[in-house]
Design a protein around this ligand. Sequence first.
Ligand code: 8YV
Length: 313
Amino acid sequence: MESIGVLLACPMNSYLEEELTKRYNLFRFWNFPDRTQFLSQHSNSIRAVVGNAFAGADAALIDALPKLEIVSSFSVGLDKIDLGKCKERGIKVTNTPDVLTDDVADLAIGLMLAVLRRIPQCDLYVRNGLWKKGDFRLTTRFSGKRVGIIGLGRIGAAVAKRAEAFDCPISYYSRTKKADSNYTYYPSVIELASNCDILVVACALTEETRHIVNREVIDALGPKGVLINIGRGPHVDEPELVKALSEGRLGGAGLDVFANEPHVPEELFKLDNVVLLPHVASGTEETRTDMANLVIGNLEAHFNGKPLLTPVV
Ligand code: 8YV
């Protein structure tokens, strides 16, 4: 399959890159600063794009690749891919569901504990020698807190399962009530936020869910409430979040994702009630290898005329 051209949208995983290089004629998009020139030279040989949460295949890129057959994403999220355009053109799309669910849900619980029990601050307290001067201040219990989840898909359900083990009552918002769930359903995010202590964003990013956490929702969560975002930055109105945290209208936040990664609003650095992570929820050796194997498996299935492993479109 040496002659099949595959475009890797941005650097994402060295094992994936090696395996793709063994199998395909791999173009690393970031090595070509003049993209117009690159596309005019190579567009006819590219039959697959591999993207991730940061760079995928937008309408312009799809339009520029007349031979594109498949977009295989190294992510479960599909927000960087123009799915409508892919459908129109008959381009297949795959992602990496399931393999990352446990890690992302683990990290969501980690963020809840980190924010409420102030784990990063405690660590700094010891490192900075402050313990010798006195005990760390009291924090807030996590067990038993009411956890509200936006989006009860694979990841949302895995967060719920873990939070249940901490005796947390679970409620959720989704477009429709899940017939097979015993958790409390709220038909609006405002109602969910008004009735929980910790609000978790775990839904897909679409036009409907962009800014699903807005000022009203933040105010409904309130000065004792905590927001956990393991979805996408644009799920949250970030300037409103920063304002609410700074003004004490929101109790705290644990954020793995931001509106304009890797840029994080600097106002957040000064705040003691936030824990900030560099989009690492799926970032374990084990999961990233599984994700890479899914990307490769999907490409191989496609180019060998076999059923895709995790088709989206
Ligand atoms: C990754 C993600 O951080 O799966 C997703 O949607 O956001 C993450 O797993 C990313 O795609 C890895 O580069």
